[in-house]
Structure formats: structure tokens, C-alpha cells
Design a protein around this ligand. Sequence first.
Ligand SMILES: [Zn+2]
Length: 198
Amino acid sequence: MNGLPSVERAIAIFSRFPGIGKKSAGRMIYHLLRYGERDIEQLLQALQNLRDRVKTCRICHNLAEGDICWVCNDKKRDRSLLCVLEEPSDLMAFEKAGFFKGTYHVLGGRLNPLDDVGPEQLNMSSLEKRLLSGEIKELVIATNPTVEGEATAHFVAQLANSSGSKVTRLAYGLPMGGELEYLDESTLYQALTGRREF
Ligand SMILES: [Zn+2]
């Protein structure tokens, strides 16, 4: 701790962000101090807006400014196609890519018995309700290809089976521009077992 506890404290908070080490956090704080009042004022305002305005969509649990998110509000979306994801950041990745025209359901995590995350801790009951509405023709499971993501995918698939919706899972693939020799075994295994006709 140096003689600037306020600076140290701010650096400690900034360095909690993913991908930001103490050094980058320090650079950000000194930038704010150097460029002063206006930047700090804007940052305060932005954080306040985040806290006060950003909520969870009551249909899909995506982040929303208001009751319902921009995807659920979009009349052009195909409501018979529902993609299940772990986090709003996964949804953002889909939206950024721009090719998915269906709607989403954000689970808010993945099943993880070691961390006491069971189905009750995730947005499963609202998913079940959506499935039972009869509107969903295809459910695309896009949980992450991890052990917990797989377990979550199986749970969701079971939930969907009773609703009569078709259930699909994202294919695992080889990364574009990647080389086989650098792949880990499970990626290669998934790529092989998920192969399709050429
Ligand atoms: Zn929504």
C-alpha cells in the first residue's frame, strides 16, 4: 500500500475484472486521473445506468433495459426456434455473429453439483413452461462443451422430450484456421463423432 489508498482501492476493484491484471488496472486508473473529471463523471453515470436500468428479460432471462429484451421484442424472430444458452454473454456472441433468427432462453449458468448448482438454481422451470406452450418446434441446445455443459444439455434434452419439440445440439467442430496436431483429444473426438456426409 502506498500513500494513495483511494488509488490502491480503485486499482484493486478494476483488477477484479476478467482479463485485467493489476498493471492494466493501474493504467486505467491513472488514465482516469490524468484525463480527469469528465471521464470519471461519464464512468459514474454509465455504472449508475447499469445498476438502475439493466434488468433481466422476464421471458428469456437475457439482459434487458425494461421488462422484455430486444430479441423477445423483435416481431421478426422465429418463435418456433429456441436456443438454450448458459449466459447472456453467450447470447451476445450469437447476436454478434448475426445468423440466428430464433429466440433464446438463458439458463443463468450450468448444472454443477460440486458448487451446489442444481436445476432449481437455473432458469429451468420457465424453460419448461415455454416448452409446454407448444410454440417451440425446435430446441437448439447451445451450452458449452464442458462436462457441466454436457450434463446441463442432457437435463434440458430430457425436459424437452416430453414437450414433443425436436431437440438439437450445437455441433462441435474444428476451429477455422486450426491445425489437427494442436487440438486436444476431446475436440478431435467430438469432431470425429459429429462428422457428416461430404
Ligand atoms: Zn428476452
